[in-house]
Ligand binder design. Structure first.
Ligand SMILES: Nc1ncnc2c1ncn2[C@@H]1O[C@H](COP(=O)(O)OP(=O)(O)OP(=O)(O)O)[C@@H](O)[C@H]1O
Ligand SMILES: [Mg+2]
Length: 232
Protein backbone atom coordinates (compact mmCIF):
# COMPACT_ATOMS: atom_id res chain seq x y z
CA UNK A 1 0.00 0.00 0.00
CA UNK A 2 1.19 3.46 -0.79
CA UNK A 3 -0.16 6.66 0.68
CA UNK A 4 -2.46 7.46 -2.20
CA UNK A 5 -3.79 3.99 -2.96
CA UNK A 6 -4.82 0.71 -1.41
CA UNK A 7 -3.60 -2.69 -2.57
CA UNK A 8 -6.52 -4.92 -3.59
CA UNK A 9 -4.60 -7.99 -4.77
CA UNK A 10 -2.48 -9.50 -7.48
CA UNK A 11 -3.79 -9.78 -11.02
CA UNK A 12 -2.69 -10.50 -14.57
CA UNK A 13 -0.72 -13.48 -15.81
CA UNK A 14 1.02 -15.17 -12.86
CA UNK A 15 -0.94 -12.80 -10.56
CA UNK A 16 2.10 -10.63 -10.04
CA UNK A 17 0.58 -7.37 -11.23
CA UNK A 18 -0.50 -5.18 -8.29
CA UNK A 19 -4.14 -4.14 -8.53
CA UNK A 20 -4.71 -0.97 -6.54
CA UNK A 21 -7.53 1.44 -5.86
CA UNK A 22 -6.60 5.09 -5.79
CA UNK A 23 -7.90 6.54 -2.52
CA UNK A 24 -9.11 9.67 -4.28
CA UNK A 25 -11.55 7.50 -6.24
CA UNK A 26 -12.73 5.66 -3.12
CA UNK A 27 -15.87 7.78 -2.92
CA UNK A 28 -17.22 6.47 -6.24
CA UNK A 29 -19.95 3.87 -6.52
CA UNK A 30 -18.68 0.33 -6.83
CA UNK A 31 -19.87 -3.15 -7.56
CA UNK A 32 -18.13 -6.41 -6.68
CA UNK A 33 -19.63 -9.22 -8.75
CA UNK A 34 -18.69 -12.84 -9.29
CA UNK A 35 -19.83 -16.45 -8.96
CA UNK A 36 -20.04 -18.08 -5.54
CA UNK A 37 -16.65 -18.56 -3.93
CA UNK A 38 -14.73 -16.29 -6.30
CA UNK A 39 -13.64 -13.87 -3.57
CA UNK A 40 -16.22 -11.07 -3.36
CA UNK A 41 -16.36 -11.04 0.44
CA UNK A 42 -12.59 -11.25 0.86
CA UNK A 43 -12.13 -8.39 -1.62
CA UNK A 44 -14.60 -6.29 0.39
CA UNK A 45 -12.83 -7.21 3.63
CA UNK A 46 -9.47 -6.17 2.18
CA UNK A 47 -10.94 -2.84 1.10
CA UNK A 48 -12.47 -2.31 4.56
CA UNK A 49 -9.17 -3.07 6.29
CA UNK A 50 -7.12 -0.89 3.99
CA UNK A 51 -9.55 2.03 4.18
CA UNK A 52 -9.42 1.74 7.96
CA UNK A 53 -5.62 1.76 7.88
CA UNK A 54 -5.77 4.90 5.76
CA UNK A 55 -7.92 6.59 8.43
CA UNK A 56 -11.31 6.18 6.76
CA UNK A 57 -14.10 4.98 9.09
CA UNK A 58 -15.80 1.92 7.59
CA UNK A 59 -19.38 0.81 8.22
CA UNK A 60 -20.25 -2.75 7.21
CA UNK A 61 -23.55 -4.57 7.46
CA UNK A 62 -22.58 -8.17 7.93
CA UNK A 63 -25.69 -10.34 8.11
CA UNK A 64 -23.81 -13.63 7.87
CA UNK A 65 -20.93 -12.66 10.15
CA UNK A 66 -18.50 -13.23 7.23
CA UNK A 67 -16.06 -10.49 8.16
CA UNK A 68 -16.36 -10.28 11.95
CA UNK A 69 -13.04 -12.18 12.14
CA UNK A 70 -11.17 -9.02 11.23
CA UNK A 71 -11.46 -8.05 14.91
CA UNK A 72 -8.81 -10.71 15.64
CA UNK A 73 -5.33 -11.12 14.17
CA UNK A 74 -5.11 -13.92 11.58
CA UNK A 75 -3.19 -17.17 12.13
CA UNK A 76 -0.07 -17.40 9.96
CA UNK A 77 -0.02 -20.23 7.41
CA UNK A 78 2.58 -21.26 4.84
CA UNK A 79 -0.04 -21.03 2.09
CA UNK A 80 -0.72 -17.39 3.00
CA UNK A 81 2.97 -16.57 2.73
CA UNK A 82 3.23 -18.37 -0.63
CA UNK A 83 0.22 -16.40 -1.92
CA UNK A 84 1.72 -13.16 -0.62
CA UNK A 85 4.98 -13.97 -2.46
CA UNK A 86 3.06 -14.69 -5.68
CA UNK A 87 1.15 -11.43 -5.69
CA UNK A 88 4.09 -9.36 -4.50
CA UNK A 89 2.69 -8.44 -1.10
CA UNK A 90 5.70 -7.78 1.07
CA UNK A 91 5.74 -7.41 4.83
CA UNK A 92 2.83 -9.79 5.41
CA UNK A 93 1.70 -9.38 8.98
CA UNK A 94 -1.32 -10.34 11.06
CA UNK A 95 -3.14 -7.62 12.88
CA UNK A 96 -6.54 -7.12 14.53
CA UNK A 97 -8.57 -4.27 13.11
CA UNK A 98 -10.27 -1.75 15.42
CA UNK A 99 -13.85 -2.99 15.33
CA UNK A 100 -17.01 -2.03 17.18
CA UNK A 101 -19.84 -4.52 16.86
CA UNK A 102 -23.27 -2.95 16.64
CA UNK A 103 -26.26 -5.15 17.26
CA UNK A 104 -29.87 -4.16 16.57
CA UNK A 105 -30.97 -6.61 19.25
CA UNK A 106 -28.33 -5.47 21.76
CA UNK A 107 -27.35 -9.07 22.53
CA UNK A 108 -23.96 -9.58 20.93
CA UNK A 109 -22.80 -6.04 20.46
CA UNK A 110 -23.30 -2.39 21.13
CA UNK A 111 -27.05 -1.65 20.95
CA UNK A 112 -28.34 0.49 18.10
CA UNK A 113 -31.14 2.60 19.52
CA UNK A 114 -33.27 5.55 18.64
CA UNK A 115 -36.16 7.24 20.38
CA UNK A 116 -39.64 7.32 18.88
CA UNK A 117 -39.44 11.12 18.97
CA UNK A 118 -36.14 11.12 17.04
CA UNK A 119 -37.59 8.78 14.44
CA UNK A 120 -40.45 11.19 13.84
CA UNK A 121 -44.03 10.68 12.66
CA UNK A 122 -43.25 10.21 8.96
CA UNK A 123 -40.66 7.44 9.27
CA UNK A 124 -42.61 5.75 12.06
CA UNK A 125 -45.72 5.71 9.88
CA UNK A 126 -43.72 4.19 7.02
CA UNK A 127 -42.32 1.47 9.28
CA UNK A 128 -45.79 0.69 10.63
CA UNK A 129 -47.18 0.77 7.07
CA UNK A 130 -50.00 3.09 8.14
CA UNK A 131 -52.74 4.52 5.96
CA UNK A 132 -53.09 8.29 5.53
CA UNK A 133 -55.80 8.43 8.20
CA UNK A 134 -53.66 6.44 10.67
CA UNK A 135 -50.63 8.57 9.87
CA UNK A 136 -52.81 11.57 10.75
CA UNK A 137 -53.38 10.12 14.22
CA UNK A 138 -49.64 9.61 14.68
CA UNK A 139 -49.12 13.25 13.73
CA UNK A 140 -51.70 14.27 16.32
CA UNK A 141 -49.88 12.19 18.95
CA UNK A 142 -46.57 13.90 18.12
CA UNK A 143 -48.15 17.35 18.09
CA UNK A 144 -49.82 16.73 21.44
CA UNK A 145 -46.57 15.45 22.95
CA UNK A 146 -44.83 18.55 21.65
CA UNK A 147 -47.41 20.95 23.02
CA UNK A 148 -47.67 19.26 26.40
CA UNK A 149 -43.95 18.59 26.76
CA UNK A 150 -44.47 14.82 27.05
CA UNK A 151 -41.49 12.80 25.84
CA UNK A 152 -42.17 9.84 23.51
CA UNK A 153 -39.01 7.84 23.98
CA UNK A 154 -40.03 4.22 23.59
CA UNK A 155 -42.98 2.14 22.41
CA UNK A 156 -44.56 2.20 25.89
CA UNK A 157 -44.65 6.01 25.72
CA UNK A 158 -46.26 5.85 22.30
CA UNK A 159 -48.77 3.29 23.51
CA UNK A 160 -49.66 5.52 26.49
CA UNK A 161 -50.09 8.44 24.14
CA UNK A 162 -52.48 6.47 21.92
CA UNK A 163 -54.42 5.40 25.02
CA UNK A 164 -54.68 9.05 26.03
CA UNK A 165 -56.02 9.93 22.56
CA UNK A 166 -58.53 7.13 22.85
CA UNK A 167 -59.65 8.16 26.36
CA UNK A 168 -60.03 11.79 25.30
CA UNK A 169 -61.15 11.12 21.76
CA UNK A 170 -63.94 13.70 21.62
CA UNK A 171 -61.78 16.53 22.94
CA UNK A 172 -58.81 15.52 20.77
CA UNK A 173 -60.98 15.35 17.64
CA UNK A 174 -62.33 18.82 18.35
CA UNK A 175 -58.81 20.14 18.87
CA UNK A 176 -56.87 18.41 16.08
CA UNK A 177 -59.42 16.95 13.67
CA UNK A 178 -60.98 13.52 13.47
CA UNK A 179 -59.20 10.96 15.66
CA UNK A 180 -61.12 7.70 15.26
CA UNK A 181 -60.94 4.69 17.57
CA UNK A 182 -60.64 2.53 14.45
CA UNK A 183 -57.39 4.29 13.46
CA UNK A 184 -56.03 4.15 17.01
CA UNK A 185 -56.86 0.44 17.21
CA UNK A 186 -55.16 -0.23 13.87
CA UNK A 187 -51.98 1.56 15.01
CA UNK A 188 -51.98 -0.37 18.29
CA UNK A 189 -52.20 -3.64 16.35
CA UNK A 190 -49.33 -2.59 14.06
CA UNK A 191 -47.28 -1.73 17.16
CA UNK A 192 -47.90 -5.25 18.45
CA UNK A 193 -46.47 -6.70 15.23
CA UNK A 194 -43.43 -4.44 15.53
CA UNK A 195 -42.90 -5.50 19.15
CA UNK A 196 -43.24 -9.18 18.22
CA UNK A 197 -40.41 -8.62 15.76
CA UNK A 198 -38.16 -7.45 18.61
CA UNK A 199 -38.44 -3.70 18.06
CA UNK A 200 -38.75 -2.96 21.78
CA UNK A 201 -34.95 -3.19 22.02
CA UNK A 202 -34.57 -0.70 19.22
CA UNK A 203 -36.48 2.16 20.84
CA UNK A 204 -35.19 3.97 23.90
CA UNK A 205 -32.33 6.02 25.23
CA UNK A 206 -29.55 6.75 24.64
CA UNK A 207 -30.27 7.24 20.95
CA UNK A 208 -27.50 6.46 18.49
CA UNK A 209 -25.48 9.47 17.51
CA UNK A 210 -24.54 8.94 13.87
CA UNK A 211 -21.11 10.42 14.64
CA UNK A 212 -20.43 7.35 16.81
CA UNK A 213 -20.08 5.40 13.57
CA UNK A 214 -17.36 7.76 12.39
CA UNK A 215 -15.07 7.64 15.40
CA UNK A 216 -11.34 7.52 14.77
CA UNK A 217 -9.51 4.87 16.74
CA UNK A 218 -7.23 6.61 19.28
CA UNK A 219 -4.37 4.05 19.40
CA UNK A 220 -4.07 4.18 15.62
CA UNK A 221 -4.04 7.92 15.38
CA UNK A 222 -6.23 8.61 12.40
CA UNK A 223 -7.66 5.20 11.53
CA UNK A 224 -11.10 4.00 12.57
CA UNK A 225 -13.29 1.13 11.54
CA UNK A 226 -16.76 0.04 12.42
CA UNK A 227 -18.31 -3.27 11.73
CA UNK A 228 -21.99 -3.90 12.13
CA UNK A 229 -23.48 -7.31 12.75
CA UNK A 230 -27.24 -7.18 13.04
CA UNK A 231 -27.22 -10.64 14.57
CA UNK A 232 -30.27 -12.34 15.93
N1 LIG B 1 -7.62 -12.77 -2.85
C1 LIG B 1 -7.69 -14.06 -2.51
N2 LIG B 1 -6.58 -14.79 -2.45
C2 LIG B 1 -6.62 -16.08 -2.11
N3 LIG B 1 -7.72 -16.76 -1.79
C3 LIG B 1 -8.85 -16.06 -1.81
C4 LIG B 1 -8.91 -14.69 -2.18
N4 LIG B 1 -10.18 -14.30 -2.11
C5 LIG B 1 -10.87 -15.37 -1.73
N5 LIG B 1 -10.09 -16.44 -1.55
C6 LIG B 1 -10.50 -17.79 -1.14
O1 LIG B 1 -11.76 -18.07 -1.69
C7 LIG B 1 -12.68 -18.38 -0.65
C8 LIG B 1 -14.04 -17.78 -1.01
O2 LIG B 1 -13.92 -16.38 -1.04
P1 LIG B 1 -15.14 -15.45 -0.63
O3 LIG B 1 -15.77 -15.99 0.58
O4 LIG B 1 -14.64 -14.06 -0.60
O5 LIG B 1 -16.07 -15.68 -1.89
P2 LIG B 1 -17.49 -15.02 -2.22
O6 LIG B 1 -17.41 -14.60 -3.65
O7 LIG B 1 -17.81 -14.00 -1.22
O8 LIG B 1 -18.43 -16.28 -2.08
P3 LIG B 1 -20.01 -16.32 -1.77
O9 LIG B 1 -20.68 -15.96 -3.07
O10 LIG B 1 -20.24 -17.74 -1.40
O11 LIG B 1 -20.29 -15.34 -0.68
C9 LIG B 1 -12.10 -17.79 0.62
O12 LIG B 1 -12.44 -18.51 1.76
C10 LIG B 1 -10.61 -17.86 0.37
O13 LIG B 1 -10.13 -19.13 0.78
MG1 LIG C 1 -19.41 -13.85 0.16
Amino acid sequence: MTQDSIFIGGGGEGYGVAETLLLKYGNRHGLIAGATGTGKTITMQIMAEEFSRAGVPVFLTDIKGDVSGMAMPGTPRDSFQRRADTIGLDALHYEAMPVTFWDLFGEFGHPVRTTVADMGPLLLSRILELTDAQEGVINVAFRLADEEGWPILDLDDLRAMLQFLSDNQREMSARYGNVTTASIGAIQRRLLVLENQGATQFFGEPALDIRDLMRPDPPRGTAGSTCCTPSG
